[in-house]
Write a protein that binds this ligand. Structure first.
Ligand SMILES: Nc1ncnc2c1ncn2[C@@H]1O[C@H](COP(=O)(O)OP(=O)(O)OP(=O)(O)O)[C@@H](O)[C@H]1O
Ligand SMILES: [Mg+2]
Length: 466
């Protein structure tokens, strides 16, 4: 039989309570007789010591034990503690009424023996382990007062007391079991409910329902609270990743579809004879293929960077030289865009440790963006300088810039500040994501801000050598 967690917890607490209650009951039952009998016997011994003077006084008054042999009813009167006036003959004292000490039944277990240890009156069969007190009159032992200890609780009030004790023990034990059952039931419901919720939610999550969440049960700081919070965090992460994956797939297919559509259209036009297969048509076709090529290359690079497989061949290099070379290669591109570049480099080298090819790719991407997204007649400023343990590279350009709220998103894949404008210039929105990966691989940082020139300001911070 398979029990669920709640039933198992309930069974464990309940069985522990039952074992404790039974042990308590049995223990109480065993102890009660022993302790209670001990108490009764102590009381009886006290009573015995009190009775010795009265019995002695009785003998002295009567001169022998014969009065008791003749009238055994006087026995209990005699046992009462000696009255103040011992001259009142025993035969004239009022009959014994029950005093608290007699409620224990002790006097019923007293036996009076004569000097020769023959029984005169009282408990008929004194035991071996009897407790004895000598009755001494004028230096002579005239008899023995003997107490036979209790061996079991058998007299009215004592018996009732003992029974009541036992009953109470069983009632308390039974109550404890019931209480334990209630606590176990409550605990198994209350404590395990969140666990069950997490288990159910995990099941839904595994089935692909990433929107599933569990209530965070008063945000308790215990293991269950942590479990619920962690579960929700996990579900949120999975949900985000899933959304990103979908978005990415949609973006990729969209980006691929555009140049493919253009290619297809141009090829159809050529086939139908609408267009002539001349040098211009070929250039246009090659342009579309190049766009596709770049897109696929960029995606490949980003995916390699994601799995940490983008290889870097790092060596000591001079950033000044790399920046100078890259800017030099953009001469023609800048002229055709009608842009003026102001290059502001220090006279000495800017040593760094990195992959020259990747760093060239980084600066080329940034310059390419500035050429693409700066209005003709504008200006670019490229500065590099050493500051402490860092090399700072700043690229400013003139209008247009990027709206403040878009700045933090520039480095996201497929993000384009103005989709329509950039679409015309053919960017897919991957360039800056790649730049960020390259900078991060060099333990550096890249940030975008509005430039005082009116356009965008990109700052790259790379660790300097030496
Ligand atoms: N210098 C700049 N001035 C103004 N806007 C810019 C500049 N650089 C980037 N942007 C904006 O940021 C967006 C993202 O740039 P990114 O380089 O990542 O992609 P892209 O240039 O559109 O495409 P890709 O670089 O993949 O060909 C651009 O689409 C553009 O809107
Ligand atoms: Mg770009």
């Amino acid at each position: 039989m398979k029990l669920n967690l709640a039933a198992r917890l309930f069974a464990a607490v309940l069985s522990a309570a039952v074992v404790v209650a039974v042990a308590m009951g049995v223990g109480a039952h065993l102890n009660l007789n022993r302790d209670f009998l001990g108490y009764l016997n102590e009381q009886a011994i006290g009573r015995l010591d009190l009775a010795v003077p009265s019995v002695t006084a009785g003998y002295r008054q009567q001169g022998s034990w014969d009065f008791l042999r003749e009238r055994p009813d006087l026995w209990f009167r005699l046992l009462r503690p000696a009255p103040d006036d011992t001259r009142v003959p025993i035969t004239e004292r009022p009959p014994a009424s029950a005093t608290p000490a007699e409620l224990t039944g002790a006097s019923r277990r007293f036996t009076l023996l004569d000097a020769e240890r023959r029984r005169i009156v009282g408990f008929s069969s004194p035991a071996e382990n009897a407790i004895e007190r000598a009755i001494v009159v004028d230096g002579l032992t005239v008899g023995w007062l003997v107490l036979t200890p209790f061996e079991q609780v058998s007299y009215g009030a004592e018996k009732r007391f003992a029974d009541a004790q036992e009953r109470t023990a069983w009632v308390v034990g039974g109550g404890a079991v019931l209480l334990a059952a209630a606590v176990a039931l409550w605990a198994s419901r209350r404590l395990l409910r969140p666990v069950r919720q997490v288990a159910d939610a995990t099941h839904r999550l595994a089935a692909g329902d990433y929107a599933t969440r569990v209530p965070e049960e008063g945000a308790a700081d215990d293991e269950i609270g942590r479990l619920s919070r962690d579960f929700n965090q996990l579900a949120l992460t999975l949900q985000r990743n899933e959304a990103m994956r979908r978005e990415f797939m949609a973006d990729v297919s969209h980006e691929l579809r555009t140049p493919l559509g253009v290619l297809h259209g141009e090829l159809e036009a050529l086939e139908d004879g609408v267009r002539q297969l001349d040098a211009a048509a070929l250039r246009s076709l090659k342009g579309e293929v190049a766009t596709l090529h770049k897109l696929v290359d960029d995606l490949y690079e980003l995916s390699l960077a994601d799995v940490g497989a983008l290889s870097y061949r790092k060596a000591e290099l001079d950033l000044r030289e790399i920046i100078d070379d890259t800017a030099g290669a953009f001469g023609e591109r800048l002229r055709s865009s009608g842009l003026a570049l102001q290059l502001d480099l220090p006279p000495g080298p800017l040593p760094a440790f990195g992959d020259a090819r990747r760093l060239r790719q980084l600066f080329a991407n940034l310059l390419e963006n500035s050429c693409r997204y700066t209005d003709a007649g504008g200006a670019l400023r490229l500065q590099a300088r050493r500051e402490g343990r860092q090399t700072l590279i700043d690229l400013h350009d003139s209008a247009p810039g990027v709206r403040q709220e878009h700045l933090p998103r520039l480095f996201e894949r497929f993000f384009r500040a103005e989709a329509s404008r950039s679409r015309a210039s053919g960017g897919a929105g991957l360039g800056l994501s790649i730049c960020q990966r390259i900078v991060q691989a060099h333990e550096g940082r890249i940030e975008a801000r509005p430039s005082p020139l009116g356009g965008l300001w990109l700052r790259v911070e790379l660790p300097a050598l030496g």
